[in-house]
Design a protein around this ligand. Structure first.
Ligand SMILES: Cc1cc2nc3c(=O)[nH]c(=O)nc-3n(C[C@H](O)[C@H](O)[C@H](O)COP(=O)(O)OP(=O)(O)OC[C@H]3O[C@@H](n4cnc5c(N)ncnc54)[C@H](O)[C@@H]3O)c2cc1C
Length: 369
Protein backbone atom coordinates (compact mmCIF):
# COMPACT_ATOMS: atom_id res chain seq x y z
CA UNK A 1 0.00 0.00 0.00
CA UNK A 2 1.35 3.51 -0.81
CA UNK A 3 2.07 5.61 2.22
CA UNK A 4 0.17 8.87 2.42
CA UNK A 5 2.27 12.01 2.23
CA UNK A 6 2.28 15.15 4.36
CA UNK A 7 4.20 18.42 4.05
CA UNK A 8 5.00 20.29 7.25
CA UNK A 9 5.79 24.01 6.91
CA UNK A 10 8.08 25.32 9.69
CA UNK A 11 10.83 23.64 11.70
CA UNK A 12 10.19 25.02 15.20
CA UNK A 13 8.99 22.85 18.10
CA UNK A 14 5.50 22.59 16.57
CA UNK A 15 6.64 21.60 13.07
CA UNK A 16 9.32 19.16 14.20
CA UNK A 17 7.11 17.38 16.71
CA UNK A 18 4.19 17.14 14.25
CA UNK A 19 6.56 15.79 11.58
CA UNK A 20 7.92 13.21 14.02
CA UNK A 21 4.47 12.11 15.23
CA UNK A 22 3.21 11.69 11.66
CA UNK A 23 6.33 9.80 10.54
CA UNK A 24 5.91 7.43 13.51
CA UNK A 25 2.28 6.93 12.42
CA UNK A 26 3.46 5.80 8.97
CA UNK A 27 3.20 8.99 6.88
CA UNK A 28 5.81 10.02 4.32
CA UNK A 29 6.82 13.38 5.75
CA UNK A 30 8.65 16.28 4.20
CA UNK A 31 9.42 19.34 6.34
CA UNK A 32 10.16 22.73 4.79
CA UNK A 33 12.00 25.32 6.87
CA UNK A 34 12.77 28.76 5.46
CA UNK A 35 16.01 29.22 7.46
CA UNK A 36 19.27 27.56 6.49
CA UNK A 37 19.44 25.61 9.75
CA UNK A 38 17.28 24.93 12.78
CA UNK A 39 17.00 28.09 14.92
CA UNK A 40 19.36 28.82 17.82
CA UNK A 41 17.26 31.67 19.14
CA UNK A 42 15.05 31.68 22.18
CA UNK A 43 17.27 30.59 25.07
CA UNK A 44 15.51 28.45 27.69
CA UNK A 45 12.21 26.57 27.72
CA UNK A 46 10.45 24.91 30.65
CA UNK A 47 8.62 21.68 29.89
CA UNK A 48 5.85 20.76 32.31
CA UNK A 49 4.44 17.30 33.08
CA UNK A 50 2.01 17.49 30.15
CA UNK A 51 4.82 18.34 27.70
CA UNK A 52 6.87 15.46 29.15
CA UNK A 53 3.96 13.06 28.61
CA UNK A 54 3.77 14.12 24.97
CA UNK A 55 7.54 13.69 24.61
CA UNK A 56 7.31 10.22 26.10
CA UNK A 57 4.72 9.31 23.45
CA UNK A 58 7.13 10.62 20.79
CA UNK A 59 9.96 8.51 22.25
CA UNK A 60 12.07 11.59 23.08
CA UNK A 61 11.63 12.04 26.82
CA UNK A 62 14.89 10.37 27.83
CA UNK A 63 16.93 12.32 25.27
CA UNK A 64 15.33 15.59 26.40
CA UNK A 65 15.96 14.71 30.06
CA UNK A 66 19.65 14.17 29.39
CA UNK A 67 19.96 17.78 28.23
CA UNK A 68 17.66 19.24 30.91
CA UNK A 69 17.90 20.63 34.40
CA UNK A 70 15.01 19.49 36.63
CA UNK A 71 13.22 22.31 38.48
CA UNK A 72 11.37 20.76 41.45
CA UNK A 73 10.04 24.09 42.75
CA UNK A 74 8.76 27.48 41.63
CA UNK A 75 9.34 30.40 43.99
CA UNK A 76 7.34 33.59 43.74
CA UNK A 77 9.31 36.55 45.15
CA UNK A 78 8.85 40.23 45.70
CA UNK A 79 11.10 41.46 42.88
CA UNK A 80 12.28 44.57 44.68
CA UNK A 81 12.49 43.44 48.33
CA UNK A 82 13.45 39.83 47.62
CA UNK A 83 11.03 38.26 50.12
CA UNK A 84 9.88 34.75 49.14
CA UNK A 85 6.08 35.03 48.90
CA UNK A 86 5.31 31.45 47.92
CA UNK A 87 7.26 28.19 47.40
CA UNK A 88 5.43 25.78 45.15
CA UNK A 89 6.79 22.23 44.97
CA UNK A 90 5.68 19.95 42.14
CA UNK A 91 6.14 16.77 44.22
CA UNK A 92 3.65 18.01 46.82
CA UNK A 93 1.08 18.45 44.07
CA UNK A 94 1.86 14.97 42.65
CA UNK A 95 3.66 16.17 39.50
CA UNK A 96 7.22 15.61 38.23
CA UNK A 97 9.54 18.64 38.20
CA UNK A 98 9.51 20.94 35.20
CA UNK A 99 12.46 20.34 32.88
CA UNK A 100 14.52 23.36 31.84
CA UNK A 101 16.24 22.98 28.47
CA UNK A 102 17.99 25.27 26.03
CA UNK A 103 15.80 25.70 22.96
CA UNK A 104 18.70 24.83 20.63
CA UNK A 105 19.30 21.55 22.56
CA UNK A 106 15.60 20.74 22.47
CA UNK A 107 15.26 21.42 18.74
CA UNK A 108 18.26 19.12 18.18
CA UNK A 109 16.58 16.31 20.18
CA UNK A 110 13.41 16.63 18.09
CA UNK A 111 15.29 17.02 14.81
CA UNK A 112 17.45 13.92 15.46
CA UNK A 113 14.35 11.87 16.28
CA UNK A 114 12.48 13.21 13.22
CA UNK A 115 15.35 12.42 10.88
CA UNK A 116 15.75 8.95 12.42
CA UNK A 117 12.01 8.37 11.81
CA UNK A 118 12.54 9.22 8.11
CA UNK A 119 11.40 12.85 7.94
CA UNK A 120 12.90 14.54 4.90
CA UNK A 121 14.06 18.00 6.04
CA UNK A 122 14.53 20.75 3.49
CA UNK A 123 16.24 23.98 4.63
CA UNK A 124 16.16 27.32 2.85
CA UNK A 125 12.74 26.29 1.59
CA UNK A 126 10.38 29.16 2.35
CA UNK A 127 6.84 28.38 1.35
CA UNK A 128 5.26 31.40 -0.33
CA UNK A 129 2.33 32.24 -2.51
CA UNK A 130 1.33 30.86 -4.92
CA UNK A 131 2.02 27.54 -3.30
CA UNK A 132 1.50 24.21 -4.89
CA UNK A 133 1.92 21.50 -2.32
CA UNK A 134 0.81 18.21 -3.72
CA UNK A 135 0.94 16.05 -0.64
CA UNK A 136 -2.17 14.43 0.82
CA UNK A 137 -2.08 16.70 3.89
CA UNK A 138 -0.39 19.99 4.81
CA UNK A 139 0.52 21.00 8.37
CA UNK A 140 1.30 24.69 8.84
CA UNK A 141 3.61 25.33 11.80
CA UNK A 142 4.89 28.75 10.77
CA UNK A 143 4.87 30.39 14.21
CA UNK A 144 3.07 33.39 15.68
CA UNK A 145 3.67 35.61 12.66
CA UNK A 146 2.15 32.78 10.57
CA UNK A 147 2.64 34.20 7.07
CA UNK A 148 1.44 31.02 5.36
CA UNK A 149 -1.38 30.21 7.81
CA UNK A 150 -2.74 33.73 7.46
CA UNK A 151 -2.76 33.52 3.69
CA UNK A 152 -4.08 29.97 3.51
CA UNK A 153 -6.54 29.95 6.41
CA UNK A 154 -7.47 33.62 6.77
CA UNK A 155 -6.17 34.05 10.34
CA UNK A 156 -5.96 37.75 11.31
CA UNK A 157 -2.62 39.42 12.01
CA UNK A 158 -1.54 39.12 15.65
CA UNK A 159 -1.61 42.29 17.76
CA UNK A 160 1.04 43.67 20.12
CA UNK A 161 0.05 42.85 23.72
CA UNK A 162 1.70 45.87 25.36
CA UNK A 163 4.46 43.66 26.81
CA UNK A 164 8.01 42.96 25.74
CA UNK A 165 10.25 40.14 26.92
CA UNK A 166 13.98 40.59 27.43
CA UNK A 167 15.92 37.33 27.19
CA UNK A 168 19.47 36.69 28.31
CA UNK A 169 21.76 33.87 29.41
CA UNK A 170 24.23 34.66 32.17
CA UNK A 171 26.82 32.43 33.85
CA UNK A 172 26.12 30.90 37.22
CA UNK A 173 22.87 28.98 37.55
CA UNK A 174 24.40 26.47 40.00
CA UNK A 175 22.94 25.85 43.42
CA UNK A 176 19.48 27.19 42.65
CA UNK A 177 17.53 24.37 41.02
CA UNK A 178 14.21 26.17 40.93
CA UNK A 179 12.37 28.65 38.76
CA UNK A 180 12.03 32.03 40.46
CA UNK A 181 9.42 34.59 39.47
CA UNK A 182 10.44 38.05 40.69
CA UNK A 183 7.29 40.19 40.66
CA UNK A 184 7.09 43.98 40.61
CA UNK A 185 4.56 46.61 39.54
CA UNK A 186 4.32 46.51 35.73
CA UNK A 187 7.30 44.14 35.30
CA UNK A 188 8.60 40.71 36.33
CA UNK A 189 11.60 38.48 35.76
CA UNK A 190 11.75 34.68 35.59
CA UNK A 191 15.11 33.00 36.25
CA UNK A 192 16.09 29.34 36.18
CA UNK A 193 19.26 27.30 35.63
CA UNK A 194 20.08 25.71 32.30
CA UNK A 195 22.68 23.17 31.15
CA UNK A 196 23.02 21.65 34.61
CA UNK A 197 23.59 25.01 36.26
CA UNK A 198 26.31 26.36 33.97
CA UNK A 199 23.92 29.10 32.88
CA UNK A 200 21.05 31.07 34.32
CA UNK A 201 18.18 31.71 31.90
CA UNK A 202 16.55 35.11 32.22
CA UNK A 203 13.19 36.21 30.81
CA UNK A 204 12.22 39.68 31.98
CA UNK A 205 8.94 41.27 30.97
CA UNK A 206 8.01 44.96 31.05
CA UNK A 207 4.93 46.85 29.89
CA UNK A 208 5.36 49.19 26.92
CA UNK A 209 2.94 51.28 24.93
CA UNK A 210 4.21 50.27 21.49
CA UNK A 211 6.46 48.04 19.44
CA UNK A 212 7.76 49.90 16.45
CA UNK A 213 10.38 47.42 15.31
CA UNK A 214 9.97 45.49 12.12
CA UNK A 215 10.98 42.18 13.62
CA UNK A 216 9.69 40.15 16.57
CA UNK A 217 13.03 39.90 18.25
CA UNK A 218 15.83 42.46 18.12
CA UNK A 219 19.18 42.77 19.89
CA UNK A 220 18.62 44.73 23.11
CA UNK A 221 20.72 47.36 24.86
CA UNK A 222 22.26 45.80 28.01
CA UNK A 223 22.55 49.20 29.73
CA UNK A 224 18.82 49.85 29.25
CA UNK A 225 18.13 46.34 30.58
CA UNK A 226 20.22 47.16 33.66
CA UNK A 227 18.37 50.47 34.12
CA UNK A 228 15.02 48.69 34.16
CA UNK A 229 15.87 45.51 36.09
CA UNK A 230 19.12 46.30 37.93
CA UNK A 231 17.10 47.41 40.98
CA UNK A 232 15.62 43.92 41.40
CA UNK A 233 17.02 41.94 44.33
CA UNK A 234 18.79 38.58 44.60
CA UNK A 235 19.67 36.63 41.50
CA UNK A 236 17.30 38.78 39.38
CA UNK A 237 19.29 41.96 40.05
CA UNK A 238 22.60 40.07 39.70
CA UNK A 239 21.47 38.72 36.33
CA UNK A 240 20.47 42.20 35.11
CA UNK A 241 23.89 43.53 36.07
CA UNK A 242 25.77 40.56 34.54
CA UNK A 243 23.98 40.35 31.19
CA UNK A 244 26.18 41.64 28.39
CA UNK A 245 24.05 40.31 25.53
CA UNK A 246 20.28 40.63 25.55
CA UNK A 247 17.48 40.30 23.01
CA UNK A 248 14.05 41.86 23.18
CA UNK A 249 10.87 40.20 21.94
CA UNK A 250 7.63 42.02 21.29
CA UNK A 251 4.88 39.74 22.62
CA UNK A 252 2.06 39.31 20.11
CA UNK A 253 -1.21 37.45 20.25
CA UNK A 254 -4.53 36.97 18.52
CA UNK A 255 -7.68 35.13 19.65
CA UNK A 256 -7.72 31.39 18.97
CA UNK A 257 -9.75 31.02 15.72
CA UNK A 258 -12.87 28.80 15.52
CA UNK A 259 -11.69 26.97 12.41
CA UNK A 260 -8.13 25.71 12.13
CA UNK A 261 -8.15 24.17 8.67
CA UNK A 262 -9.43 24.36 5.09
CA UNK A 263 -9.66 21.00 3.35
CA UNK A 264 -6.37 19.14 3.68
CA UNK A 265 -4.49 22.16 5.11
CA UNK A 266 -4.47 22.99 8.84
CA UNK A 267 -2.33 24.76 11.44
CA UNK A 268 -0.65 23.79 14.73
CA UNK A 269 1.43 25.48 17.45
CA UNK A 270 1.88 29.25 17.73
CA UNK A 271 0.49 29.67 14.20
CA UNK A 272 -2.98 28.83 15.51
CA UNK A 273 -2.85 29.49 19.28
CA UNK A 274 -0.14 32.00 20.19
CA UNK A 275 0.05 32.60 23.93
CA UNK A 276 1.83 34.86 26.38
CA UNK A 277 4.80 32.97 27.85
CA UNK A 278 3.70 33.42 31.51
CA UNK A 279 2.60 29.84 31.99
CA UNK A 280 5.56 28.38 30.04
CA UNK A 281 3.20 26.36 27.86
CA UNK A 282 3.64 27.45 24.21
CA UNK A 283 5.97 24.56 23.39
CA UNK A 284 3.93 22.26 25.64
CA UNK A 285 0.80 22.97 23.62
CA UNK A 286 2.72 22.39 20.39
CA UNK A 287 3.89 18.96 21.63
CA UNK A 288 0.36 18.04 22.71
CA UNK A 289 -0.89 19.12 19.25
CA UNK A 290 1.57 16.74 17.60
CA UNK A 291 0.55 13.63 19.49
CA UNK A 292 -3.16 14.37 19.06
CA UNK A 293 -2.88 15.30 15.38
CA UNK A 294 -1.19 12.11 14.19
CA UNK A 295 -4.02 9.68 15.13
CA UNK A 296 -6.69 12.18 14.02
CA UNK A 297 -5.25 12.52 10.50
CA UNK A 298 -4.36 8.82 10.30
CA UNK A 299 -7.64 7.29 11.43
CA UNK A 300 -10.31 9.67 10.08
CA UNK A 301 -12.07 8.71 6.82
CA UNK A 302 -10.59 11.82 5.14
CA UNK A 303 -7.82 14.32 5.95
CA UNK A 304 -10.41 17.15 6.23
CA UNK A 305 -12.37 15.12 8.81
CA UNK A 306 -9.11 14.39 10.60
CA UNK A 307 -8.48 18.13 10.95
CA UNK A 308 -12.04 18.57 12.28
CA UNK A 309 -11.49 15.89 14.92
CA UNK A 310 -8.19 17.50 15.83
CA UNK A 311 -9.69 20.98 16.27
CA UNK A 312 -12.54 19.54 18.32
CA UNK A 313 -10.12 17.68 20.61
CA UNK A 314 -7.82 20.65 21.11
CA UNK A 315 -9.72 23.94 20.98
CA UNK A 316 -11.28 24.16 24.46
CA UNK A 317 -8.04 23.13 26.10
CA UNK A 318 -5.81 25.62 24.32
CA UNK A 319 -8.31 28.45 24.92
CA UNK A 320 -8.17 27.61 28.64
CA UNK A 321 -4.35 27.53 28.67
CA UNK A 322 -4.08 30.88 26.84
CA UNK A 323 -6.52 32.45 29.35
CA UNK A 324 -4.55 31.05 32.32
CA UNK A 325 -1.34 32.59 30.92
CA UNK A 326 -3.15 35.95 30.62
CA UNK A 327 -4.16 35.69 34.29
CA UNK A 328 -0.51 35.16 35.31
CA UNK A 329 0.41 38.30 33.34
CA UNK A 330 -2.03 40.19 35.57
CA UNK A 331 -0.86 38.56 38.83
CA UNK A 332 2.87 39.06 38.21
CA UNK A 333 2.52 42.81 37.51
CA UNK A 334 0.12 43.89 40.30
CA UNK A 335 0.64 47.25 41.97
CA UNK A 336 0.09 48.02 45.67
CA UNK A 337 -2.27 47.62 47.44
CA UNK A 338 -3.54 44.75 45.25
CA UNK A 339 -0.04 43.17 45.18
CA UNK A 340 0.05 43.15 49.01
CA UNK A 341 -3.33 41.43 49.19
CA UNK A 342 -2.38 38.85 46.55
CA UNK A 343 1.00 38.22 48.25
CA UNK A 344 -0.63 37.73 51.65
CA UNK A 345 -3.15 35.32 50.08
CA UNK A 346 -0.39 33.26 48.41
CA UNK A 347 1.72 33.06 51.60
CA UNK A 348 -1.28 32.04 53.68
CA UNK A 349 -2.23 29.45 51.03
CA UNK A 350 1.26 27.89 51.31
CA UNK A 351 0.86 27.56 55.07
CA UNK A 352 -2.68 26.18 55.32
CA UNK A 353 -2.86 24.13 52.11
CA UNK A 354 0.66 23.22 50.91
CA UNK A 355 0.62 22.04 47.30
CA UNK A 356 -2.78 23.59 46.56
CA UNK A 357 -1.34 26.40 44.41
CA UNK A 358 0.00 23.88 41.89
CA UNK A 359 -2.84 21.38 42.34
CA UNK A 360 -5.15 23.98 40.81
CA UNK A 361 -3.18 23.26 37.62
CA UNK A 362 -3.89 19.51 37.69
CA UNK A 363 -6.09 19.99 34.60
CA UNK A 364 -3.03 21.37 32.79
CA UNK A 365 -0.15 19.26 34.08
CA UNK A 366 -2.17 16.04 34.41
CA UNK A 367 -2.87 15.84 30.65
CA UNK A 368 -1.86 12.53 29.05
CA UNK A 369 -2.05 11.54 25.37
C1 LIG B 1 10.00 34.94 26.02
C2 LIG B 1 9.42 33.59 25.71
C3 LIG B 1 9.56 32.54 26.62
C4 LIG B 1 8.98 31.29 26.38
N1 LIG B 1 9.12 30.29 27.30
C5 LIG B 1 8.49 29.11 27.09
C6 LIG B 1 8.60 28.05 28.06
O1 LIG B 1 9.28 28.18 29.09
N2 LIG B 1 7.93 26.88 27.82
C7 LIG B 1 7.17 26.70 26.69
O2 LIG B 1 6.55 25.62 26.54
N3 LIG B 1 7.07 27.66 25.75
C8 LIG B 1 7.71 28.86 25.92
N4 LIG B 1 7.63 29.82 24.96
C9 LIG B 1 6.83 29.56 23.73
C10 LIG B 1 7.51 28.66 22.73
O3 LIG B 1 8.80 29.16 22.41
C11 LIG B 1 6.67 28.51 21.44
O4 LIG B 1 5.30 28.50 21.76
C12 LIG B 1 7.01 27.17 20.82
O5 LIG B 1 8.37 27.11 20.55
C13 LIG B 1 6.18 26.82 19.56
O6 LIG B 1 6.71 27.44 18.47
P1 LIG B 1 6.28 27.10 16.96
O7 LIG B 1 7.04 25.95 16.47
O8 LIG B 1 4.79 27.09 16.83
O9 LIG B 1 6.79 28.45 16.23
P2 LIG B 1 8.28 28.94 15.94
O10 LIG B 1 9.23 28.50 16.96
O11 LIG B 1 8.15 30.41 15.67
O12 LIG B 1 8.65 28.21 14.57
C14 LIG B 1 8.10 28.59 13.34
C15 LIG B 1 9.07 28.13 12.25
O13 LIG B 1 8.45 28.31 10.98
C16 LIG B 1 9.40 28.81 10.07
N5 LIG B 1 8.67 29.49 9.00
C17 LIG B 1 7.91 30.61 9.10
N6 LIG B 1 7.41 30.95 7.91
C18 LIG B 1 7.83 30.02 7.01
C19 LIG B 1 7.64 29.83 5.61
N7 LIG B 1 6.91 30.68 4.88
N8 LIG B 1 8.21 28.75 5.01
C20 LIG B 1 8.97 27.88 5.74
N9 LIG B 1 9.20 28.02 7.07
C21 LIG B 1 8.64 29.08 7.70
C22 LIG B 1 10.26 29.75 10.94
O14 LIG B 1 11.51 30.01 10.37
C23 LIG B 1 10.36 28.95 12.24
O15 LIG B 1 11.46 28.06 12.24
C24 LIG B 1 8.23 31.08 25.16
C25 LIG B 1 8.11 32.11 24.23
C26 LIG B 1 8.70 33.36 24.50
C27 LIG B 1 8.55 34.48 23.48
Amino acid sequence: MTRRSVTVVGGGVAGLSAALALALAGWRVSLRERSDAFGETGAGLQLGANAQAALSRLGCLEAARRDSTPLPEIWLRDGRGGRVISRQGFARAGHPPNLAIHRADFVRVLADAAEAAGVDVCFGAAVGEPWDIESDAVVLADGVKAPVSRAALGFPAPAFTGQVAWRALVPGGEGGDRAEVHMAPGAHMVTYPLRRGKLLNVVAVEERSGWAEEGWSIPGDPSLFRDIFGGFSGRAGDAARLADEVSVWGLFKRPVPRTWHAGKVGAVGDAVHPTLPFLAQGAGMALEDAVVLAPCLTNAPSVGEGWERFTESRRNRVVRIVAAADRNAWLYHLRPPLSWAAGAGLSLGDRIAPGAALRQFDWLLGWRP
